[in-house]
Structures are given as C-alpha cells and as structure tokens.
Ligand binder design. Structure first.
Ligand code: G1P
Length: 275
C-alpha cells in the first residue's frame, strides 16, 4: 500500500526572483493557499497521511506553515477571522509531517534519494508542488494509486504537450497497454530533449508513484542533463525491465513554476470561487 508522499521542496525557484529570495517558492499563494498546501491536500485526499518533505536552506516557512501558530490562534480566537485557519488546522491534525534537508542541490533524483530515510522500504508517491493539478472527480494522485494497485510498478503521470516544449520535461516513449485506463508501458524516457531528439510529445508531469528499489538505482545514477542526478534516468533503468507505466491523467495541470502558469492557475481558482 502507498502511505507516504514525498515533496521535493529544496529548489531555489529562480524563475520567481525576487519573490523567492527569502520565501520558498512552494509557499507562493494561489489565492490564499500556498502551492504546497494544495499538494498536501491532494495527497491526503488520496489517503496518504504521511508527508515527507525535502527542504533546504531558507525553507523554514514550510515547517511553520504545517504547525500550530499559538500566538496567531490566540489573537484571532472568537473573531470573524477564526474560520480562515480552520482548513489548515484540520489538515495538520490529519497528517504527520517529517522533514529532511537536501544539503547540496544536485537535481530531482538526488532530492528523492535524500528522502530515503523518511520513506524506507515501501512504495511512495512524489508530488512536485509547482505542478498544480485539479479535477472534479478523483484527484490525479488518487487516479495514479489505482493504476499502481493494478500494475504494482512505478507510475508516472503524463500529458501531451506541443512538440516545441519537450525541452522543459522528461519525455517518454511507450506502448499503449490499456486504452480503457490510458496506460502505456514505458520503453524509453529522456530528460528535457530538444524536439528533434524527443521520443514523443508525451511529457512527465510532477506526480510519480515509485517503488523503493528506485533508491538503489539512484545511488548508481550518474549526473545527466544539466549535470544533475535525474529521476528520469533512474526510471529508465526500471523501464528497461518493463517496470514503469505512464498514465495519461484526467484533469488539468498548471505549471506554477512559470509566471504564465501561475497567473493562469490564479485566474482559474479565482473564477471557480466566483462561479
Ligand atoms: C522535473 C523533472 C522532469 C519533469 C518535470 C515535471 O523537471 O526533471 O522530468 O517533466 O519536473 O514538472 P523541473 O520542472 O523540476 O525542471
């Protein structure tokens, strides 16, 4: 059973400077909620109650966010503002949070490997909080857990992207296994290829279910694209043994790691509250 969700949250967020100079990018709010809270809510809705967060220097605000602020609670108790903390308080009471720091920024694969001590020897989910996903039915992680239960191997969420954008993503090649649930057996995957080198236009987005053997593979994975240890390269090793399924998820994803995607998400959620 998948019980834990890992949140790599150590990155610098350079695309949002100067906002991210002293504020973690995961704490940037879409409306009144920070990005990482949307991720934690998604995990909890998918019945994952243990959140394992990979932080780094300058990320203390994340820990404080998922904790009680006695002074603040005291200040707003019995006022009209009290309800504003209700949601986060309930979230905190339903989950446990554990943290470890990534001391050096050596890529997403390295961040995930840093989480081994929090995860142990069990399958786990990964959410990249800057990919904000929404769907009116079961959320994307819940959909993926169903796929995991069927195939019992690593699962990546994919979506079709315009070919000229392949350089922003891990891109897969695969054979359709089941068109009733939109699953592909992955045969190849490449981190951020140019459009000419991309094996398809199916891009990995920031949701994964990983089997724990990924940690041993990551320990052997050499730095790849950009000199960083890439989760895509480690997953390719599993894929060579037929052990990675790509799942075309139902729903909408906003790339909140870019200003355009962030504004789009803000407008979307704003219109939703008004409509
Ligand atoms: C990471 C992964 C990439 C994946 C993307 C999804 O890249 O390395 O394979 O497609 O997340 O958001 P990043 O966006 O951190 O550069």
């Amino acid at each position: 059973m998948v019980k834990k969700c890992l949140f790599p949250a150590a990155g610098y967020g350079t695309r949002f400077l100067p906002a991210t100079k002293a504020t973690p990018k995961e704490m940037l709010p879409v409306l009144t909620k920070p990005l990482i809270q949307y991720g934690v809510e998604e995990a909890l809705e998918a019945n994952l109650k243990t959140m394992a967060i990979i932080t780094g220097r300058g990320k203390r605000a994340i820990e404080d966010h998922f904790d009680i602020s006695y002074e603040l609670e005291h200040q707003i108790k019995d006022t009209s503002k009290e309800h504003l903390l209700r949601e986060i308080r309930s979230l905190i009471s339903q989950c446990t949070f554990s943290y470890t720091r990534q001391v050096e920024m050596k890529g997403l694969g390295h961040a995930i490997l840093t989480g081994e001590t929090l995860i142990g020897n069990e399958p786990f989910a990964v959410i990249l909080a800057d990919d904000l996903c929404t769907y009116k039915g079961d959320n994307v992680l819940k959909q993926m857990i169903e796929v995991y239960e069927k195939y019992q191997c690593s699962i990546v969420a994919i979506e079709e992207i315009p070919k000229e954008e392949t350089h922003k993503y891990g891109v897969i090649a695969g054979h359709l296994v089941d068109n009733t649930d939109d699953t592909y057996r992955v045969t190849d995957m490449v981190e951020k290829p140019s459009p000419e080198d991309a094996p398809s236009n199916m891009a990995i987005i920031g949701r994964y279910i990983l089997t724990p053997d990924i940690f041993e593979i990551l320990k052997e994975t050499k730095p790849g694209k950009g000199g960083e240890i890439q989760i895509t390269d480690a997953l390719l090793e599993q894929a060579k043994q037929g052990k990675v399924i790509a799942y075309r998820f139902k729903g909408k994803r906003f790339d909140c790691g870019s200003v355009d995607g962030f504004v789009e998400a803000t407008n979307y959620f704003y219109n939703k509250t008004k409509g």
